[in-house]
Every structure is written in structure tokens, then in C-alpha cells.
Design a protein around this ligand. Structure first.
Ligand code: SF4
Length: 100
């Protein structure tokens, strides 16, 4: 199993069976979130923060008009807590950067 496959499997486990095999899906890890608010700034219709400031995903399958904003949010998250999957493949942030 490649590192990307293993990572995808781990995320699937984390989100408790949410379907990330098809379409555009965004997931976020509240445990690693550093409460920077950058994602909310970039895509307020998709991300919010809980009472402690940790990220929450308002819309895990946002409409196409928001896809690039969500990819940018994932790429700019300082803790790489947001992941975007398109048709089951992680497209943001760059999964290759996780292996360094
Ligand atoms: S950009 Fe990353 S660290 Fe900042 S609030 Fe969003 S998920 Fe948390």
C-alpha cells in the first residue's frame, strides 16, 4: 500500500464512513487544528469554528463554485488539518508533501 493509500484509508476511518470515493469531499481534523481561522477567511460557507476555535466543516460536499476556495484553504492551513478528495484522490494539500 502506498503512503497516499494509507493516508486515504486513515482519513476514511477518521470521518466515520463518510463517502469520499466520489465527487468533491472536504474533511478536517479538529485535533491538529491550530485555530488560525485562515480556512474560515478563505471559505466561510464551508468552514466554521467551534466554541474553542477549532475548525468545523459546514458543508463536506460544497458546490463547484467553492471548490477552488476550499483547495486554497487546504493548501494554506498551517497544520495541514484540511484535506480535499476528488473522486477518492487527495488533491489538496499536495499529498506528496506529507512524505517529507
Ligand atoms: S486553517 Fe487550519 S489551523 Fe487554521 S482554523 Fe482552519 S483548520 Fe484550523
Amino acid at each position: 500500500m502506498s503512503p497516499v493509500d494509507a493516508q486515504t484509508r486513515a482519513v476514511k476511518t477518521d470521518i466515520g464512513g463518510t463517502d469520499i470515493e466520489t465527487g468533491f469531499r472536504v474533511v478536517a481534523d479538529t485535533h491538529s487544528c491550530a485555530v488560525s481561522s485562515l480556512c474560515v477567511y478563505r471559505a466561510a460557507a464551508v468552514f466554521d469554528q467551534d466554541d474553542d476555535g477549532h475548525v468545523t466543516v459546514l458543508d463536506p460536499s460544497p458546490p463547484p463554485a467553492l471548490h477552488e476556495d476550499v483547495r486554497r484553504a487546504a493548501r494554506s492551513c498551517p497544520t495541514r488539518s484540511i484535506r480535499v478528495f476528488e473522486n477518492g484522490v487527495q488533491t489538496a494539500p499536495d499529498p506528496a508533501a506529507d512524505n517529507h
